[in-house]
Design a protein around this ligand. Sequence first.
Ligand code: SAM
Length: 274
Amino acid sequence: MSKIRAIKMLGQNFLVDRSVVSRIVELVAPSPGDNILEIGPGQGAMTRELVASGANVVAVELDRRLAPLLANEFAGNDNFTVIEADILDTDLAELLGSSSGSPWKVAANLPYNISSQVLLKFLDTPQLFSHLVLMLQKEVGDRLAAPPACKEYGILTLFSRLHFDVCREFIVKPGAFHPVPKVDSAVLSFRPLTKPRADVGDELLFRRVVKAAFNQRRKTLWNCLRSANLLDGSEQLAKVMSTCAIDPGRRGETLSLEEFATLTRGILAAKGST
Ligand code: SAM
């Protein structure tokens, strides 16, 4: 497949460093009986090792030049299926939910331009997965591992921490890819928790509260939440913040996951009482 011209819009930076491929596959630890979803298999750098392990591999590839080439290369392997589709339009519960056997592992060297959106998609159905090994732009990886009050801490940090243990495994330099990207990448492991790390009461509301709090990072929590109209009137919001012992003058980025959970439950209770 070496004659394929990379399409920038599809985030095509193909892995050419075999040692990086092996390190990622080692983390995935594929074995017969495993179900593995690979997103963006590209020219098959990781796919070859995953299929060779005997695991059941389903690959979703948007590039209509590459999907048939992969189908052809692995035509003799009944443990491989390639689906030509946009992962962002794919219903993961429908695609993976009906499979028998173990929950899914995910292996992906994600296109930079959609990595946050893909991650958010995984967070909608954490119960489908047993382990995700994802290569992301290093900057996105930094956000996922960030503690409160640092500039990388934000929506993705909180959403992923609610359901996963996130571990940054190693950094990959631009020279490992062709074409060579401008930035470093990071490989991260996500292991789902048996239950959410905090009791948020209502996850959709939790997401709204977090998004509102980070909508304008320089504004106080009070201003952000008030303009999000989460409750009828400022009085109710002031009461909730006081009951939850959260200073309205703080900025959203200083709140821990547990504090966001407390605040969400407070807002939920106030909504229920009106
Ligand atoms: N896994 C290969 C590797 O490591 O060499 C390719 C990785 S490349 C960074 C990203 C791959 O994702 C490309 O093959 C690209 O065509 C594919 N891709 C881009 N957008 C996609 C989408 N929305 N859905 C599925 N695949 C996509």
